[in-house]
Design a protein around this ligand. Structure first.
Ligand code: HEM
Length: 137
């Protein structure tokens, strides 16, 4: 009993870096999307002046979406099984494909230097993010 007590007290405390989870591939892709979305918000205020930066940004967001599309999100609190899980995964991929579509729409708008379409595209992108997180995060 006393031995156990002593052992507990001399055991090294876990350090933050030992307990922190490594970032998953999906989380890494989401991080790129976050930076991209934030940059877009200010970039699209000047579609002509920021044309190249917008196009470059949208390309990195496309690459991140393709990475995310190939991932499976972590299980929900009550994990699904069998066909229900397969269907949930299909819906995730459809939602992610929807995000890709919005990013491509924005790329077309940036090439036309169409500020109104870029604003609409940004709203649509934010909408897909919101519903994607409601359903899968
Ligand atoms: C522009 C669009 C989006 C942005 C900026 C975005 C941003 C983020 C951020 C910042 C995180 C937290 C990452 C972390 O914990 O390190 C996250 C997590 C997540 N997002 Fe998104 N997201 C977007 C769209 C979507 C869509 C469309 C879906 C689903 C189809 C989705 C599904 C998820 C999931 C499942 C997680 C949790 C990942 C995990 O903890 O393993 N996201 N997102």
């Amino acid at each position: 009993m006393l031995g156990g007590f002593l052992l507990l007290n001399i055991a090294p405390m876990p350090r933050a870096q030992d307990t922190e989870q490594e970032e998953s591939t999906l989380q890494g892709a989401m991080g790129i999307l976050k930076i991209g979305q934030r940059s877009l918000r200010s970039q699209i205020k000047d579609p002509a002046g920021n044309r190249d930066a917008i196009l470059e940004n949208l390309k990195s967001m496309q690459a991140a979406v393709l990475v995310a599309l190939a991932e499976t999100p972590p299980d929900l609190e009550e994990p699904l099984e069998g066909d229900a899980k397969a269907l949930w995964h299909v819906r995730y991929k459809q939602k992610m494909a929807g995000l890709l579509q919005e990013i491509l729409n924005m790329e077309a708008a940036a090439l036309r230097t169409d500020g109104d379409a870029l604003n609409e595209g940004y709203k649509a992108l934010s909408g897909v993010k919101k519903t994607g997180h409601q359903d899968f995060r």
